[in-house]
Write a protein that binds this ligand. Structure first.
Ligand code: MG
Length: 303
């Protein structure tokens, strides 16, 4: 399944893609779910029922009003527009990204022995095709980070590495936009990682059955058509199963929790010379097999 959240002016709705069409899942099932979070929280039996019903949709059903509408980037929101908790993120989880940072900081090139975690505020989440306001009175160093995002489906505590992937509902694309001046000024990364609009997510959540195992897939980011990041999720130092297992030792993971699994090398801060986003720039953030987000940077209106 390729789930998405869309809005045609009557509030967010849950859909799933079939070719170029969006099938409304609430209509398809008769009485909801109307949000991805509601579906995830309903549990695996409900996911299976939705997938089975979805598979029964015939071409002749595709002209039923309210059930089907054409895919249009303008109506697509983040799959979970307001998560229940902060987005949990991995820092320095690809060796070459760790190394580009270590070299720039003049630090030891020995990679971290344990995953680095931080979070992004729920209010940072924005749509996969939304404009992103850049307020240059707040940051002059806004940077990009393509990442594979995962959504927890089945919660748990002390999840073993062997069963960790059974807890995943699906995967999405995240751009962990980072205000580098704030990130490093405040020591804790939370503020610099949490600017409004700094977490574009989407365009879809793809269930694991539609993606390869192991999940070694290309991820890329382009700015104005120029490739800045180009790597493969198989290059993570702490893989997805390790992340889920390691964090759940300490805290309970719940359905709908979002983990952003880290970015590869090629961020602007460590380019020579450093490069940051400016109004008019267009970022394309891609994870192969999931999709491409396109976000334009615009100047924030000044009061
Ligand atoms: Mg990141």
């Amino acid at each position: 399944m390729r789930y998405l959240t869309y809005d045609v002016g009557q509030g967010p709705r849950l859909g799933a893609l079939r070719g170029d069409s969006i099938i409304d899942i609430g209509q398809l099932m008769g009485n909801g779910p109307t949000s991805l979070l509601e579906l995830i929280q309903a549990g695996p039996d409900r996911w299976k029922a939705v997938a089975e019903r979805f598979a029964q949709v015939k071409d002749s059903d595709l002209n039923i009003a309210n059930l089907v509408l054409p895919y249009d980037e303008k109506i697509v929101l983040a799959p979970i527009p307001r998560p229940l908790k902060n987005v949990l993120c991995l820092g320095r989880n690809y060796y070459k990204h760790f190394l580009e940072g270590a070299v720039a900081r003049g630090e030891d090139e020995k990679p971290p022995e344990a995953p680095i975690y931080f979070t992004k505020a729920t209010t940072s989440v924005t749509g996969p095709f939304s404009q992103i306001e850049l307020d240059e009175t707040v940051t002059k160093k806004l940077d990009w980070e393509v990442e594979l995002g995962l959504i927890i489906g089945v919660g748990g505590r002390k999840i073993s590495k062997e069963t960790a992937l059974d807890h995943v509902f699906g995967y999405t694309v995240i751009n962990d936009l980072s205000a580098r001046d704030l990130q490093f000024k405040h020591l804790q990364w939370y503020k610099g990682k949490s600017l409004d609009g700094s977490c574009p997510m989407g365009p879809v959540v793809v269930t694991p059955d539609e993606l390869p195992t192991p999940l070694h897939i290309p991820l890329r980011l382009r700015v104005n058509g120029v490739t800045k990041q180009d790597a493969n999720t198989g290059q993570m130092m702490f893989d997805i199963a390790t992340q889920i297992s390691d964090i759940s030792v300490a805290l309970t993971l719940e359905p709908g929790d979002i983990i952003s699994t880290g970015t590869p090398d090629g961020v602007g801060a460590f380019a020579n010379p450093p490069e940051f986003l400016k109004p008019g720039d267009i970022m394309e953030t891609e994870v192969e097999g999931i999709g491409v987000m396109r976000n334009e940077i615009v100047a924030a209106p000044q009061a």
